[in-house]
Design a protein around this ligand. Structure first.
Ligand code: SF4
Ligand code: SF4
Length: 711
């Protein structure tokens, strides 16, 4: 049977790789390619040596478990697109356009240097798979993805050059009086962007010249954008013979740029393309929920030198793309504190690079510190490289970790540096006092431990002591709901609601201690362990099936920190319990009909994904919920977490709680509903200070349930 001529024609189509080049030109190309690869390898090796200085991070199982999930997220570009759709889409095409271009180069190299070379040696004539249907499919994918890549880069350039979003301006949060310049960071970004743009533009010029030089062959329709360039050249009067001549010049320009880019990668922002892939795979957000312990075997409790960092933390520093998302959402930065998670990463990066003799092009800040003068012996990471006030400003809200598209974990590193400050006694007097109270009485108020359950005296019914009587639920009340007179009404209301609903619950009474969540985040590891051990011992003496707690911070410690100490419980937040009781009809209510907004506590929503339960409660109460723009996992911190509630906040220009109340006021709601005792304190104060008590009432969700309950 005769083979149709169209098929024969298709099988024959291809394009030459080194068109018009003699052996000398080819040798020059391979020599330059070898130099470029060598420069790349030297830089990459230097970086790898830096990561090797770090301690083990125990991320092997995380990488294995996350591989498919993370690759899926990266493929969809979801991590980058969160809240920034256009940028996410552009990044998607840049990522995949780059990967397609890289794979295309690998395929061509394999065909040219392996398949053709080996076949020539064995059979005496060259074989190649780079023709026919494969060639057409290859051409089409490379041409279309390359164009999408180019458009995405142009979008990024316009965004940086014309739109100039403030979070890409790299202003420091602390703006030191001594002055600094981040111009080189901006220049580094532009070199990166310009190199990629130049490579792509020369690629399309090259394709257009080749197609024109070949006389516009029929199969060039499968390079729609390359052919469009060819038609433009032809329309401009360029003849095929001239195209062939110019093609040689542009070929060298394109090859030179591509090889220069390869050599430039490990010394520049371009390194994030490699580092981020590993960093995102190795990221473990549970390391923020249950913090890693201090570095063992170093003789000091916090971070003092580079080998104290884990390899993952050192990788984190190089993974930062300076996108500014963490900078944008950070409540400390928003409030005018001298902390930005982005600055923290960049400062540590520069310090580590300077101390280890790292070579970077442009991607550096110019200022006395943290840099050359600070590198070397005697420099304290916590205090010199990173200012102590910056470290104490963190509320450990985890928003930076959650939003970072590069998988950077800021909070555990901040806490390691705080441990060092605590070890040096470098803390404010109010924090010192709170820690002393916690050590002496097990609560930050400094009240006698015996008075912890005094709020439960006049309830009209007795709450069982779970150490003496078996109960279904152990209520872990927490310090604020126990000792703060302004919050005890809320505790009494919850006790009354649960009692009326027939819930079998009890307390630890004077045996309960602060759960230690914020003590650990302050950096006082020894005190945390003491409090946790006391609680675990008290819980061991009690008889219960499950725990519920009023305090999201206690919830996090009981749920995530205590299992590492060998104590695992089933722990709920009280809103989860209330939602179930309302859904089952155990609590009968009348509709309130209020227009409300609800504040998601960081330790409830972002840390523990309890987002739905409080909303179910509000729905059952017949409230109209108007969401604030920042809600759910994107909630904005009240400013109390990470021990901030025990610290002086006179450094701030705007307290986070005030910022939040302003957000709620724009919604025209009557009630600001909270589900955390600390939130009740923070927002009640904010509403009072802002003198808007007539416009907004802060309500604990329990109070609304009690108000709606039918007799
Ligand atoms: S945890 Fe919150 S306060 Fe701390 S650096 Fe991150 S975003 Fe800022
Ligand atoms: S730490 Fe993450 S979120 Fe922050 S600037 Fe760097 S890459 Fe962006």
């Amino acid at each position: 049977m005769a083979i149709p001529s169209a098929l024969v024609a298709t099988a024959a189509v291809t394009r030459p790789i080194f068109e018009g080049m003699g052996p000398v030109s080819k040798a020059v190309f391979y020599a330059v390619a070898a130099v470029s690869t060598g420069v790349f390898a030297w830089g990459a090796w230097h970086r790898a040596r830096k990561y090797q200085m770090g301690r083990a991070a125990g991320r092997g199982p995380v990488v294995r478990a996350a591989l498919s999930h993370r690759l899926h997220a990266m493929a969809k570009g979801t991590s980058v697109s969160r809240g920034h759709r256009a940028t996410g889409l552009a990044h998607f095409f840049i990522l995949w356009g780059f990967l397609v271009a890289f794979m295309a180069t690998v395929i061509l190299t394999f065909d040219t240097d392996v398949v053709r070379g080996v076949s020539r040696l064995i059979t005496g004539h060259e074989d190649s798979f780079f023709h026919g249907t494969f060639f057409i499919a290859f051409t089409f994918v490379v041409d279309t993805m390359g164009f999408a890549f180019l458009v995405a880069l142009v979008y990024m350039a316009v965004r940086r050059g014309l739109q100039r979003p403030w979070r890409l301006r790299y202003d420091r949060a602390d703006a030191p009086a001594g002055g600094y310049s981040r111009r080189r960071l901006v220049e580094g970004d532009w070199v990166f962007l310009s190199l990629l743009l130049a490579i792509l533009v020369t690629a399309y010029v090259l394709t257009g010249l080749r197609i024109l030089g070949q006389g516009m062959p029929w199969f060039s329709v499968f390079s729609p954008f390359g052919r469009a360039v060819a038609e433009a050249f032809s329309g401009a009067g360029l003849r095929p013979s001239q195209a062939v001549t110019v093609h040689g010049v542009v070929w060298w320009a394109h090859a030179g740029l591509a090889l220069a880019f390869v050599a430039y990668i490990p010394y520049s922002k371009a390194m994030h393309m490699l580092v981020d892939a590993v960093n995102v795979l190795a990221t473990d957000r549970t390391a923020t929920l249950c913090l890693p312990g201090p570095p063992s075997g170093t003789g000091h409790p916090g971070y003092r030198e580079i080998p104290d960092f884990t390899w993952k933390e050192l990788l984190d520093l190089d993974a930062c793309t300076k996108c500014g998302r963490c900078h944008e959402v950070c409540p400390a930065r928003t409030g005018g504190a001298p902390l930005s998670p982005r600055d923290l990463v960049l400062d540590l990066r520069q310090w580590v690079d300077t101390s280890t003799g790292g070579r970077t092009m442009l991607d550096r800040e110019r200022r006395p510190a943290p840099g050359g003068p600070l590198a070397g012996a005697g420099v304290r990471i916590a205090g010199d490289v990173i200012d102590a006030d910056a470290l104490w400003s963190c509320t450990t809200c985890m928003h930076c970790v959650d939003i970072c598209p590069a998988g950077i974990e800021h909070v555990p590193t901040i806490v390691q540096m705080r441990r060092s400050l605590v070890d040096d006694g470098a803390m404010g007097p109010t924090l010192q006092q709170a820690l002393q109270n916690l050590a002496a009485q097990g609560n930050s108020f400094g009240r006698s431990a015996r008075t912890r359950a005094r709020w439960a005296r006049d309830l009209g019914f007795a709450v069982p002591d779970a150490r003496k009587q078996a109960v279904k639920y152990l209520w872990f009340v927490g310090d604020y709901a126990s000792f703060d007179e302004r919050l005890q009404d809320g505790s009494r209301a919850l006790a009354a609601v649960l009692h009326a609903a027939g819930v079998d619950f009890g307390l630890l009474y004077e045996a309960e201690r602060n759960a230690g969540n914020d003590v650990r985040r302050v950096g006082e590891e020894g005190l945390f362990e003491m409090l946790a051990e006391q609680n675990i011992e008290a819980l061991r003496q009690a008889q219960f099936e499950e725990i519920f707690t009023t305090d999201p911070h206690s919830l996090n410690a009981l749920r995530h920190e205590y299992p590492a100490l060998g104590a695992t419980y089933q722990v709920h937040h009280y809103t989860e319990l209330l939602a179930d009781l309302l859904d089952s009809g155990a609590i009968a209510v009348r509709p309130l009909g209020y227009r409300v907004t609800y504040h998601d506590p960081c330790y409830l929503a972002r840390y523990n994904n309890v987002i739905d339960a409080p909303r179910r409660v509000l729905k059952a109460l017949g409230c109209e919920l108007v969401e604030m723009p920042r809600h759910g996992v994107d909630s904005f911190c009240c400013g109390a977490g990470g021990g901030r509630i025990w610290m002086d906040d006179s450094l701030l220009t705007e307290r986070p709680s005030h910022n939040r109340v302003a957000e709620a006021l724009r919604l025209d709601v009557a009630h600001f509903v909270v589900a955390c005792p600390k939130d009740m304190t923070m927002f009640s104060d904010a509403v009072k200070t802002a003198r808007v008590e007539d416009r907004l009432t802060v309500r604990d969700i329990t109070m609304l349930v009690q108000e709606a309950m039918l007799p």
